[in-house]
Design a binder for this molecule. Sequence first.
Ligand code: C2E
Ligand code: MG
Ligand code: MG
Ligand code: MG
Length: 271
Amino acid sequence: NQKRTEKSRVGIFDESLREQLMRELRLRDHLENAIHRHELFLVFQPIIATNTGRIEAVEALLRWQLDGEMIPPDEFIAVAEQYGFIRSIGLWVLGEACLAGKRMQKHNPELGVSVNVSIQQLLDDDFPDEVAATLKRTGFPAHSLDLEITESLFAHDKKRLIENIRRLKQTGIQVSIDDFGTGYSSLSVMQEFDVDYVKIDRSFIWSMDTGGRAIVEAVSQIAASFNYKVVAEGVETEEQRRLLTNMGVEYLQGYLFLPPTPEDELIPHLL
Ligand code: C2E
Ligand code: MG
Ligand code: MG
Ligand code: MG
């Protein structure tokens, strides 16, 4: 009997692994043509200035609808990275975000736009030139663009990252560290990389009422000492807003304000 249980457990494991692989391959096959099939689109989530309550910037977040099903970005971005589509998709996202930013700036001329970038884009020595070319093509001002780099990226080829970030910043854009605190190298990252914003990961914001307050406070003080502006991600409650405001965190983002929103629905909020 013991043996039978073992065997069926292995069977179940194989089955779910197989299903997972089939799904991955299906996503890969569709993702390759998703841009041309107009299955990809952007939504925008506001970043709020704590002291004025106004929308300072919007973060572009990619969405994929495949045969009526919304595929979560955490899933399809990983597929795009694994199968080599992320550079072309990332460049498309950047162009669309700049065009949308240009339209939205008609309603709020100082509005910033943040775009998430993947490690493979940042390790590509052509990327800084592609960013410059996209800004030129779309007419979106460099100082209004912010590229968000996930902290775990910094485990990679450090010299190349530092050099490419330096070249990116020469174009006049801003750079953020995203999901700050989730990687292993947090503090040295702040010291070694020349960035403008540090986005404290939402897991820390959510732990504020169960002891995480000291962490958020310490991170924002250290960031301030390096002259980085701090953004709190995933703000969902008034209590979190109150605590973060009292700590002097300059920018807030989360469902408390607005979820990721289509461009046309965002316009009334920009006025
Ligand atoms: P991220 O850049 O850290 O984006 C924040 C994520 O948190 C978004 O999930 C957003 O919808 C979600 N979020 C914002 N506020 C709240 C809140 O108050 N509560 C909760 N529960 N969630 C909140 P989303 O859109 O599913 O994106 C997931 C991740 O996928 C992003 O994390 C980013 O790493 C990646 N991603 C999205 N779009 C792109 C893209 O165009 N390029 C690349 N390379 N990555 C992208
Ligand atoms: Mg982000
Ligand atoms: Mg984040
Ligand atoms: Mg992320």
